[in-house]
Design a protein around this ligand. Structure first.
Ligand SMILES: *Cc1c(COP(=O)(O)O)cnc(C)c1O
Length: 359
């Protein structure tokens, strides 16, 4: 299926000087570009009304389904400016595919993958002036909400799909600082049969209390354990996790109740390309503590589109704290980070065809 997008450029785009000031130090997620893409769905009519237009409020009826039953999914990917002035997307087809499987799990209308990619590309093209140079990027946020006006509990018959864009700086000024994480023993993130593998707002709503607990304990992030035995490490609130061992091998928790991260998948692929052993296998918090103490564990790091790779320096829990690689950023995490970022910005070869040149 393919939809033709009507393009309506903004009549009042942000003046160049104001935009330059905003791009100076954009931080994360508070500055937005001038345009958005929008596509609507209605049962019986299908996807229609594809437009790129000025970024504006959505008129929402107070009885709109998303406001009551949280039928909502999203994605996150970035557009990177190359040295030659062109623009790269990284694996947008993987985001489109995951968005479709998220929609299926949430009983929402699946958006054709080519429409997803087209919407993202249209926003990047029209707002290319909003892509910061250097280590910055334009963070793209495709999302879908249920929009039927009905308080009955059922899958909505109407949806709005949209893409908005937010320029972001380098996540870490002066190189990635190791993060400290709090082991959530009171709250879990996902159970078998639930929505752990879905990128939906509801998972985040349910994680906020645990994240707040992490902050209260002086930590940057929360790490969740499995919901059955409460001992297997799953992932952080919004990032997957890897462990690096003394013998040079790595491990990461298996798919199932965790979010299938595209960064996670890319790291596994890059490691296997270089002949490194990566196991997708369960790992307990007790083992983690023991391995950190014995020196068998060399590094641990979290990964995701927003921060790429964050080394984990310290782990805090109600039953005691421990440090990993002396609390510093390790060479494996830093090497992988550079490999990934170099591919994303077009500075390194791209043997798996992950890059899509938009401009
Ligand atoms: C988005 C997300 C990730 C990381 O996925 P990427 O595709 O690598 O950005 C990890 N965990 C959760 C819960 C997420 O929502």
């Amino acid at each position: 299926m393919s939809l033709k997008f009507e393009i309506h450029p903004s009549a009042n785009p942000t003046p160049e000087k104001e935009r330059a000031a905003k791009l100076e130090n954009p931080g994360f997620g508070r500055v937005f570009s001038d345009h958005m893409a929008i596509v609507r769905y209605r049962q019986g009519e299908g996807w229609h009304g594809a437009r790129v237009e000025s970024r504006a409020h959505f008129p929402l009826d107070p009885a709109g389904a998303v406001l009551h039953y949280a039928q909502e999914i999203f994605e996150g990917l970035k557009a990177y400016k190359r040295d030659d002035g062109g623009v790269n997307l990284f694996r947008p087809d993987a985001n489109a595919k995951r968005f479709r499987s998220s929609a299926e799990r949430m009983a929402m209308a699946p958006l054709p993958e080519d429409v997803f990619i087209e919407a993202v590309e249209q926003v990047v093209r029209i707002d290319r002036a909003w892509i910061p140079g250097g280590e910055g990027s334009l963070y793209l946020r495709p999302f879908m909400i249920a929009n039927e006006v009905f308080l009955g509990v059922k899958p909505s018959a109407e949806y709005i799909f949209s893409v908005i864009a937010s320029p972001v700086g380098s996540y870490f000024k002066g190189g990635p600082a190791p993060v400290s994480i709090w082991v959530s023993e009171n709250y879990t993130r996902a159970a078998i049969g639930g929505t752990g593998a879905v990128k939906c707002g509801g998972n985040y709503a349910a994680s906020l209390r645990a994240q707040a607990e992490a902050i209260e304990h002086g930590c940057d992030q929360v790490v969740f354990l499995d919901a059955v035995e409460r001992r297997y490490v799953e992932e952080l609130g919004g990032m997957n996790i890897f462990f690096v061992f003394e013998d040079g091998s790595l491990s990461t928790p298996p798919l199932g109740t965790i979010l299938p991260g595209i960064t996670r998948d890319s790291i596994i692929t890059l490691l296997r390309d270089s002949g490194t052993v990566v196991r997708e296998e369960p790992y307990t918090i007790e083992q983690w503590r023991k391995d950190a103490a014995s020196g068998r564990l060399k590094e641990a790091f979290a990964c995701g589109t927003a921060a790429v790779i964050s080394p984990i320096g310290k782990v805090h829990s109600a039953s005691g704290d421990f440090a990993i690689s002396g609390g510093a950023a390790g060479p494996v995490a830093m090497g992988l980070r550079k490999m990934l970022v170099d591919i994303q910005y077009g500075r390194a070869a791209d043997p798996h065809n992950w890059i899509r040149k938009v401009l």
